[in-house]
Design a protein around this ligand. Structure first.
Ligand code: ATP
Ligand code: MG
Length: 284
């Protein structure tokens, strides 16, 4: 199913956060959105999920005009495009299993869905999602007691419970160390490849976008300044997206990596990542 943004703009007062963005995203693509702080990346994702309303323009999915959905149809859309956040957004005092089951709430006819009311099938589905992400042993622990990397995997399991057509991830690895960042990105890529779910993810690490995404969208001051395959992202374009340094020096990819990666020699981080165990065996 084809997903399309047509001339989408969002203003906050005089500030144009997203400026006339048009995109056509085929089902099953993995798209990385990059750009400086304030470029409009989060606003763009939030408009897709309708957490933020566009000031003008329209959003289409197949024959449906997403930007005009209301009520039940809007909730269905929000179920179809699951959100993953930098800060995980779990309920810390609830156990992991219940957090994952919360992904089913929008499958219910009313908001009367009671926590104890999940079906056997849903519980099995939740355990399977946790197993897939290699964290089934944490099922009965309060979510708040897990490491950041584990919590983000719980959030991905919760997203899978929504049986989404699209996953929108806003800086999903910005709070994680390089090893957990790799686990989480591998998991997102896996659901993209295996289920054909479209993934659109904001990333402030250019190297991650290059490694994982089929397509990179570069934003600057609300506008799309690059849209293409990672190979087409030249140093010149990277400078356009991120802006030159005050002293005129160029921008290297490390600069756009996570702070943890910057603070250690890149080769060390790469070696650690390369030597890491497969997803299912990970217990970071
Ligand atoms: N709710 C809001 N009210 C007012 N201004 C907002 C709001 N949300 C975003 N903005 C403004 O819109 C612009 C784009 O913000 P946005 O959060 O989309 O950027 P971003 O690219 O996600 O940045 P970051 O990399 O820091 O997350 C910024 O100038 C921001 O201050
Ligand atoms: Mg943001």
């Amino acid at each position: 199913m084809r997903f399309e943004l047509r001339d989408i703009t969002r203003r906050f007062g005089d500030n144009v956060a997203v400026n006339a963005v048009s995109l056509d995203i085929p089902q099953g693509e993995m798209v990385g959105v990059i750009g400086r702080s304030g470029a409009g990346k989060s606003t763009l994702l939030r408009m897709i999920n309708r957490l933020v309303q566009p000031s003008s323009g329209s959003i289409h999915f197949g024959d449906a005009e997403v930007s005009s959905l209301r009520g039940r149809a809007l909730r269905d859309w929000q179920r179809d495009c699951a959100m993953i956040f930098q800060q995980f957004n779990l309920v810390p005092r609830l156990d992991v299993l219940t957090n994952v089951l919360l992904g089913r709430l929008n499958h219910r006819p009313t908001t009367l869905s009671i926590l104890n009311y999940f079906t056997r099938e849903e519980r099995i589905m939740a355990i399977a999602a946790l197993e897939r992400l290699g964290i089934e042993q944490t099922a009965l622990q309060p979510a708040g007691t897990l490491s950041g990397g584990q919590q983000q995997r719980v959030a991905i399991a919760r997203a899978l419970m929504q049986e989404p057509k699209m996953v929108l991830a806003d800086e999903p690895i910005a709070s994680l160390d390089p090893l957990n960042a790799k686990i989480v990105m591998d998991a997102l890529r896996d659901i993209n490849v295996r289920e054909g779910i479209t993934v659109i993810t904001n990333l402030h690490t250019l190297d991650t976008a290059r490694t994982y995404c089929d397509r990179i969208i570069g934003m600057a001051q609300g506008s799309v300044v690059f849209d293409g395959r990672p190979e087409a992202l030249t140093a010149d374009i990277v400078r356009q997206i991120y802006g030159a340094n005050a002293d005129g020096s160029g921008i290297d990819e490390g600069m756009t990596s996570t702070s943890i990666e910057i603070s250690r020699p890149k080769a060390t981080a790469a070696r650690q990542v390369a030597g890491f165990r497969p997803l299912a065996a990970a217990d970071a």
